[in-house]
Design a protein around this ligand. Structure first.
Ligand code: SF4
Length: 321
């Protein structure tokens, strides 16, 4: 059986060179930033896959390649067997595109302030010539708002309510896959839980598949079916939540878990992750995590670790057992 989303050997480079004249004067070659490097994973239909990593780990770039906002520099993204970057049949591309929606981090910036909520929610359907009568009111109810809110403008809502409107808009075109890029990180902690619960309920109700992108491991613990941990554009560990939280195998996952707030740690100071992500234009040789890893040995500095299967997880570390 093929997975709903299948990512293989995915690579994305960004050209960050100085202008041509500067390069000629300074005799410098072109410079490329490797945002994503040889990433493989699959998402089964009606499941939630979480991509977790610090800022600059490449998680949002992967999300943008999946929805087709960016083309890969190498490898491929297949959605139900269709590669959006190379498919030549417009009908197939259109069918797959209509199955995907994205929810962005900032509910303040992603809603047009001049439009009424009714028009914002119905817009993806109206653009395809679909029926929009009563659609916004119905969806507002489904995301826990009042149908009469359809006549209001975005500035009349709080952050959590705006994110609910974004979710309603994403649902309007009846997608099967929703890519959620840090959907709760701009919200207060109390509102975060409400929005995550709503997303969970809607997943069951509409049979949705989620790709959840976040820097916060605690957000995904109860929601994800599978978690991929990214470091400097590479997947370093992939496992189900129980295995990842109870038995983390990669030193980077262990560091992220140590830095996460604990239920029994109220009032205690949590140590922040040690060190900084290295420069992605000139990543360290071997394992990119070795400058921050307390157990690194010579092989870590020389050889890039391959993904291995260890006790139900996939781990890219020479020393993980
Ligand atoms: Fe640490 Fe080496 Fe494993 Fe990288 S490969 S995480 S440096 S032990």
């Amino acid at each position: 059986m093929t997975a709903f989303v299948s990512i293989s050997n995915l690579v994305r480079l960004f050209d960050v060179s100085k202008p041509w004249l500067n390069r000629v004067i300074e005799r410098r070659p072109k410079a490329f930033l490797t945002a994503v490097s040889e990433v493989d994973f699959e998402i089964e239909e009606r499941t939630t896959y979480a991509l977790v990593g610090e800022s600059g780990s490449g998680k949002s770039t992967i999300g943008r390649m999946i929805v087709g906002l960016l083309n890969p520099s190498g490898g491929q993204v297949l959605i139900e067997g269709v590669n959006l970057a190379s498919e030549t049949d417009p009908a197939k591309v259109d069918a797959v595109r209509s199955d995907i929606q994205m929810i962005f981090q900032d509910p303040y910036a992603s809603l047009n302030p001049r439009w009424r909520v009714r028009d914002i929610i119905a817009e993806p359907v109206a653009a395809r010539g679909g029926k929009t009568e009563g659609l916004a009111e119905r969806l507002l109810e489904q995301v826990g708002l009042h149908p009469s809110d359809a006549g209001k403008f975005p500035h009349e809502f709080s952050g959590g309510q705006r994110q609910r409107i974004c979710i309603a808009r994403a649902l309007a075109s009846e997608p099967r896959l929703i890519v959620c890029d840090e959907p709760t990180s701009a919200l207060d902690v109390s509102v975060q839980a409400q929005v995550l619960n709503l997303m969970s309920d809607l997943k069951d109700e509409f049979g949705l598949t989620y790709l959840l992108i976040t820097h916060d491991l605690t957000v995904v613990r109860h929601m994800a079916d599978r978690i991929g941990v990214l470091y400097l554009g590479r997947l370093v560990e992939e496992a189900d939540p129980k295995s990842l939280f109870d038995d983390p195998k990669h030193p980077y996952t262990q560091m992220l878990l140590d830095a996460a707030p604990k239920m029994d740690g109220f009032g205690r100071e949590v140590p922040p992750p040690q060190g900084e992500i290295p420069d992605p234009i000139a990543p360290p040789p071997g394992c990119a995590f070795h400058p921050r890893c307390s157990i690194a040995t010579d092989i870590c500095r020389q050889e890039r670790p391959r993904m291995r299967d260890i006790r139900g997880a996939r781990v890219a570390c020479h020393l993980a057992e």
